[in-house]
Ligand binder design. Structure first.
Ligand SMILES: [Zn+2]
Length: 476
């Protein structure tokens, strides 16, 4: 069981500013703070870049070491310079407090780029882009330990937070708590139930305010929090089975009850990946054709052009991999949430060791993607305190999940030849006539405790000799 703490971010919509402040005034203030942070942070980066350049070209002897304190001071100087040109410092920069928010921002995101020489070498070589802050960046909110400015529940039930972005009085916000989901509400309650910020509970670590990308009138509060990774009371009698397959990447079932996560749940996600894959394949083919033609033409620049085009296919391939990563993360998240929602203590998956290197034509296409998916599930299950087991997949798609009888001939080939147009062949038990979606039936078997033992026993009973080479065939 992993110990320590897990860190997560919760996102809450901001309902309104508190204390009678008008939305316009509140949003103006946030935008002004954001503008300062974004501009000064970029100024710091370019100044640092200049220093590095001077040091590299021998114009200065030593590279000044940048510490948080020095960075803070430098930012103050920027602000003072600015105040000489503008009328007066407003309440957002008067105390110099703003500089610490910028330092916060830098340390949260890109301080490494400012303090590490090797990072700058990469920038000079063109391997890394100069770190930049964008105008729509999240506004870092200080979470002062002493002042304990944190989320608090008001007597009227509102949840409020002071935003330490200027001199007092701090602007204050009210969160929208009316329509948030059950799990978000649970998180929020855990955050509010630990006013002492004790290690036993959920601790609020830092905040960010971000404007909605699509609806600029909407603002969000991101709360980074941590919580102890303790073993939770999960029922080891409740098992979730995860079946990976051919056309449907995942099917998830439960040993007690009919609940399932099937194709319908994953389809929108999967369709997006499929589309990307099709587009990329078409694009790659046309580009490779173009490349050949260019070479045949024999112009001086054709080779270069071809290389350039092939490079962009690599970019596309990278995008596909990225999309699959995201998809796998979301699959894994759904599986573990499904397990949590049903109080399951165990997740059982197929042991895929016997699989061929590539799984051409399967949904994920490649073996490592299946391994990646299983690893993601395992990671997230570990975090949730759920045990992961890998089981021998043999006969898990041929066993009747109702009576345990093994339908000997029900394999992929059988399914393909008995297919009615456009429909998947249902699993139909020859003994008890139980009928089900074959993926659901397999997932249901995988969700059975002692499934390997049960199948062995059943095989003996039916006089079936288990062969080792059947493992891979079974999965698909
Ligand atoms: Zn049956």
């Amino acid at each position: 069981m992993p110990s320590g703490r897990h860190v997560k971010v919760a996102k809450f919509e901001i309902l309104k500013p508190a204390g009678g402040m008008k939305w316009k005034e509140f949003a103006d203030l946030l935008r002004r703070v954001r503008y300062r942070v974004f501009r000064l942070a970029n100024l710091c980066v370019s100044e640092k870049y200049l220093q590095f350049h001077q040091w590299r070209t021998g114009q200065i002897d030593a590279l000044p070491k940048l510490t948080v304190g020095k960075l803070n001071k430098r930012l103050r100087d920027f602000l003072i310079e600015e105040s000489e040109t503008s009328e007066s410092l407003d309440r957002f920069s008067k105390s110099g407090a703003l500089t610490s928010y910028i330092v916060d921002a830098l340390s949260r995101y890109k301080i490494g780029a400012l303090t590490s020489q090797s990072k700058w070498r990469e920038v000079i070589r063109g391997k890394t882009a100069l770190p930049t802050f964008r105008g729509d960046m999240a506004i870092p909110i200080r979470c002062d330990k002493k002042a304990a400015r944190r989320l608090e529940r008001m007597p009227n039930g509102d949840v409020e937070l002071d935003l330490m972005v200027c001199v007092r009085p701090y602007p204050r916000l009210v969160l929208k708590t009316g329509k948030i989901s059950g799990s978000m509400l649970a998180t929020l309650n855990c955050l509010l139930d630990n006013p002492e910020q004790s290690l036993e509970g959920y601790r609020q670590r830092c905040f960010e305010v971000r404007q909605d990308r699509n609806d600029t009138k909407q603002w969000w509060l991101h709360v980074t929090y941590d919580f102890p990774a303790v073993e939770t009371e999960l029922n080891k009698e409740i098992v979730v089975g995860v079946d990976v397959g051919w056309s449907c990447p995942l099917y998830v079932a439960l040993n007690n009850g009919e609940a399932r996560l099937g194709w319908r749940h994953f389809e929108p996600l999967a369709r997006r990946v499929k589309l990307l894959q099709t587009q990329t394949l078409a694009r790659r083919r046309s580009m490779q054709r173009g490349g050949k033609n260019d070479l045949a033409g024999g112009t001086a620049r054709s080779g270069h052009g071809r290389r350039r085009r092939l490079q962009s296919t690599e970019i596309l391939a990278g995008r596909i991999n990225h999309a699959y990563d995201t998809l796998n993360h979301q699959f894994a998240k759904s599986v573990v949430e499904f397990a949590q929602n049903h109080g399951a203590g165990i997740i059982q998956m197929e042991n895929l060791e016997g699989l061929k290197k590539t799984l051409q034509g399967t949904f994920l296409g490649q073996r490592w993607r299946y391994f990646q998916l299983q690893n993601f599930i395992k990671q997230k299950a570990d975090e949730a305190g759920i045990e992961c087991r890998k089981v021998d997949p043999r006969y898990t798609s041929r066993r009747c999940s109702k009576c345990g009888y093994i339908h000997e001939v029900f394999d992929r080939q059988f399914r393909d030849t008995h297919r009615e147009s456009g429909k998947t062949t249902q699993f139909k038990c020859p003994k008890c006539e139980y009928e089900a979606d074959p993926d659901y039936n397999a997932a249901k078997n995988l969700a059975t405790l002692d499934i390997v033992e049960r199948i062995k026993r059943q095989c003996r009973e039916q006089g079936i000799a288990m062969r080792d080479d059947e493992a891979a065939a079974e999965v698909l």
